[in-house]
Design a protein around this ligand. Structure first.
Ligand code: 13P
Length: 288
């Protein structure tokens, strides 16, 4: 299959009342684990890359690896740019062939956020690229993006309606009490707010900061309109744990073909669990 944008995937998910998991990938090994596990479970999947990842891996390598993965596996795979704040950089990457993007102008006042997103949506249409934007602001840390708790705020349902109608955005990331990274205490999600947003919109809604959120809570958000669930931190921890355990037990090890697989095995378990949580097992036949 070819690499696709997230538009069709999320539309099918909304109609089928499940979510498509979006895993933040960083290198060949994370892409392999995410894609091969999704293929085994016949789940559509989204590979997400932050600005830090694009810089780390190199945009050409990253795109080529995702394309190779999508050729190998018979499931719909989207490649998505996550939390990009620089419109010009996003435009360059769309022109290069990246099929799905998030423009994050959630730090700006509403009118400015709308203007930035509108500009990206207009550009994206030329390339059939799907666009996600964020309204409200999540706290926590995602790569180099750090948002202090005092600067975080939840999405207002009426503003969400205005935002979507003015920007024409394809999916909307909402702030309902989750945060990026690990939680100090169990997060309290504002389900009523999510329900109110969902009642006003037909647009697929996105849950950021899903690592560490109890499975039952994520499942409930999916019944209330969430169709894309973002997972980064839990995957990073699993990878690092596998490597650390192996290297502690084998201090003389120096071959990546030996010390990477234990990390990959631990990630595989996380990916499978999250796919099951999203209810996307067996949904790969839904889109082409
Ligand atoms: P976590 O790191 O909390 O899983 O958040 C991932 C995310 O929302 C990526 O955009």
């Amino acid at each position: 299959m070819i690499l696709i944008n997230t538009k069709q995937l999320l539309k099918a998910a909304r109609a089928g009342r499940y979510a498509v998991p979006a895993f933040n990938i960083h290198n060949l090994e994370t892409i392999q684990v995410v894609v091969e596990t999704a293929a085994e479970l016949k789940s559509p999947v989204i590979l997400a890359a932050t600005p830090g990842t694009v810089k780390y891996a190199g945009p050409e390598y990253l795109l080529a690896m995702a394309q190779a993965a999508s050729k190998r596996c018979q499931i719909p795979i989207a490649l998505h740019l996550d939390h990009f704040e620089a419109p010009q950089r996003l435009k360059e990457l769309m022109a290069m062939g990246y099929p799905s993007v998030m423009i994050d102008a959630s730090h700006s006042p509403l009118a400015e956020n709308i203007a930035t997103v509108k500009d990206i949506v207009a550009f994206a249409r030329q390339y059939d690229v799907s666009v996600e934007a964020e309204l409200g602001r999540l706290g926590g840390q995602e790569d180099d993006l750090v948002v202090d708790e005092k600067d975080a705020f939840l999405t207002d349902p009426a503003e969400a309606e205005e935002f979507v109608s003015q920007t024409g955005v394809d999916s909307l990331a909402v702030a309902i009490g989750t945060a990026h990274g690990l939680y100090k205490a169990e997060p309290k999600l504002d389900f009523q707010r999510l329900e109110a947003i969902n009642q006003r919109l037909d647009t697929p809604l996105v849950l950021h900061g899903a690592s560490g959120v109890p499975e039952a809570d994520v499942k409930k958000t999916i019944t209330l309109g969430i169709t894309k669930v973002n997972i980064a931190t839990e995957l990073k921890i699993a990878f690092a744990d596998g490597l650390k355990e192996y290297l502690a037990a084998n201090p003389g090890a120096n071959d990546p073909r030996h010390y990477m697989p234990p990390g990959m095995q631990q990630m595989q378990q996380v990916v499978a669990d999250k796919i099951r949580m999203c209810g996307s097992v067996g949904k790969a036949g839904g889109c082409t």
